[in-house]
Design a protein around this ligand. Structure first.
Ligand code: UFG
Length: 331
């Protein structure tokens, strides 16, 4: 079996590639614009099971080379620009990159008879929650360009299901945590947990973006899903899709529990007590553009349809990031 993983050098893509190669008898074709440290680690661990193409998926001709060279059975599509705040400043770049790459992909899937697609979407498509926890029936009213691009991609994929593509779309809530030696290595890093843990270990000032949101303590509330659980959701979805047990479905992936930024800060300080650098402190600053006050999942549908059950909670995420960052310091 050959699986194409777009964005396989990124955080979620590389963790998924790792688990796929550890659990399924398959070869992975990784397509990405960038070579990352996570990709290098994978290439070292699985030299004969990964083929890497460094390319821009908006370039149809170079993407088509991959389809010409390999008989692909299934695709997991992660490749996208993903930073909510950045997307407000780079509207054209986000829409053209995320939409055109998806459009090229589905067009080639039809041309080369590739049937199975797992699409990486986002809870941000829901916008401001009208009720929580948020189920898949909740209206989608994207509040950022990034979220809009994901909503449009979902619609494109839905459209192409009439041309023979079978899909499962996963709307992630807030992925975080590390698997083995793979973690978040965004440049610049914008995500709460890696920034916070590094600030605690290195004694930096941590900024909380906004403390006037309509939540219990004024800081935003998110549903943090451990990367290992999220990756498992992909593997289960892929298996069900290949076996035609579930097709053309959209699933939320979260743990049905919300933690505020302040909760995450307090829990991290509690866990990292011995390792907290004495210079660490935090301040409140202006809210970030595009941030919504609360995103908490109702993930009952994926649990019921696919038997997916998250195994980890916030503490496990914090421990895994702590371990990962400590190991980097000691190298
Ligand atoms: N935050 C801080 N300080 C920081 C970093 C983040 O206070 O230094 C806050 C943010 O303002 C937000 C919360 O922590 O309130 C979570 O922020 P993240 O950047 O970690 O995650 P987001 O919720 O912005 O976005 C993530 C993914 C998106 C996805 C979204 C869905 O990056 O792709 O979750 O919930 F759409």
């Amino acid at each position: 079996m050959t699986i194409l993983i777009t964005g396989g050098a990124g955080y979620i893509g590389s963790c998924t590639t790792l688990k796929i190669l550890q659990t399924l008898d398959t070869k992975c074709i990784v397509v990405d614009k960038q070579e990352t440290s996570n990709l290098q680690k994978l290439l070292i661990s699985f030299p004969n099971k990964i083929v890497f193409y460094k390319l821009n998926m908006c370039d149809l001709t170079s993407l088509e080379e991959v389809f010409k060279n390999y008989k692909i059975k299934s695709i997991i599509h992660f490749a996208a620009y993903t930073i909510v705040s950045e997307s407000e400043k780079q509207v054209y770049e986000y829409l053209s990159n995320n939409i055109n790459s998806t459009l090229n992909l589905v067009e080639l899937m039809v041309k080369y008879n590739v049937e199975n697609l797992i699409f990486s979407s986002s809870a941000s498509v829901y916008g401001n929650a009208k009720y929580v926890p948020i189920d898949e029936e909740h209206p989608t009213e994207p509040q950022s360009t990034y979220a809009l691009s994901k909503k449009i991609c979902e619609q494109i994929i839905q459209k192409y299901s009439s041309k023979g593509i079978k899909f499962i779309t996963l709307r992630y809530f807030n992925p975080a945590g590390c698997i083995e030696n793979l973690g978040e290595e965004h440049d610049p890093e914008t995500h709460l947990i890696p920034i916070l843990i590094k600030s605690i270990l290195e004694g930096k000032t941590f900024k909380i973006f906004g403390n006037n949101f309509p939540t219990k303590d004024g800081t935003c509330i998110r549903d943090f899903i451990h990367i290992e659980d999220l990756v498992n959701a992909h593997i289960i979805s892929l298996e069900k899709l290949i076996n035609n047990e579930k097709i053309n479905e959209i699933y939320n992936v979260g743990i049905n529990k919300g933690y505020s930024v302040m909760d995450v800060l307090n829990k991290s300080l509690e866990i990292l007590k011995k390792d907290t650098n004495k210079n660490f402190n935090f301040i409140f600053s202006e809210p970030r553009e595009g941030d919504v006050p609360i995103l908490v999942a109702n993930s009952n549908k994926i649990q019921k349809h696919l038997g997916f059950k998250p195994r980890y909670d916030l503490e496990d995420i914090i421990y895994s990031v702590w371990k990962y960052e400590k190991q980097k310091i000691s190298i």
